[in-house]
Design a protein around this ligand. Structure first.
Ligand SMILES: C[S@@+](CC[C@H](N)C(=O)[O-])C[C@H]1O[C@@H](n2cnc3c(N)ncnc32)[C@H](O)[C@@H]1O
Length: 196
């Protein structure tokens, strides 16, 4: 099997790491939801050797993520567990949760389920980092995001770019406060939350 590769991950991994690293400087482990190819996991685990990085995704993506993990040979990088947002999460308490480019792919119901999982599994004073495109008060931040949203919806009517206000409301209901909303390259955002 050819190792999966995402050019977008190559482009955004360093800008994300530059903000992620200081935000999780006191964190011992991170659960990643929707690891995709596994490229972010390898890059972040390499750069942050003191952080145990647990990958997860639907089972169909495990072979690719495992290939990236095995090739990297990092003591702090964990092979994927099956975390499907339609199901209970197969973890106990975790001090931090990271997810990138998942909220515009999964249905709104599964975005809600994500925050239910956060409420159940995030340790007290834990941290949550979310990367991806977002709208503000229903408005796209760029023409390219509007086109991307139309493409997503043509592929799956349940997909689509979410409103940041809705995400912040869901996060607050899960006990999180928005610490930072960073502008990122290619009209994406990095949202950093801290739990109670
Ligand atoms: C666009 S990819 C993003 C992958 C990677 N995080 C990145 O930034 O390139 C969306 C990810 O969401 C995952 N996903 C889709 N449905 C899911 C579900 N029900 N539960 C958990 N993850 C899901 C996909 O398998 C995929 O890895």
């Amino acid at each position: 099997m050819t190792k999966p590769f995402s050019q977008a991950c190559e482009n955004n991994k360093d800008p994300i790491l530059a903000l992620l690293a200081p935000f999780i400087s006191n964190i011992s482990s991170v659960l990643e939801v929707g690891s995709g190819t596994g490229q972010h996991a390898v890059h972040f685990a390499q750069a942050l050797p003191e952080v145990v990085w647990q990958t997860s995704d639907l089972a169909c993506n495990h072979a690719g993520i495992t290939q990236w993990c095995d090739e990297a040979q990092l003591d702090n990088l964990r092979r994927p567990i099956t975390l499907d947002l339609t199901q209970h999460w197969p973890v106990e308490q975790v001090p931090a949760i990271y997810t990138a480019n998942t909220f515009h792919i999964v249905s709104p119901q599964l975005v809600v389920r994500f925050f239910e999982g956060v409420k159940r599994h995030l340790s007290p004073h834990g941290k949550v980092v979310i990367y991806g495109p977002f709208n503000y008060q229903g408005q796209y931040t760029s023409v390219s995001n509007a086109e991307f949203d139309a493409f997503l919806k043509s592929r799956d009517p349940n997909s689509g770019i979410r409103d940041i206000e809705w995400i912040v409301d869901l996060a607050q209901a899960a006990g999180l406060e928005l610490e930072a909303d960073h502008a990122m390259p290619a009209n994406n955002r990095l949202l950093c939350f801290i739990g109670q």
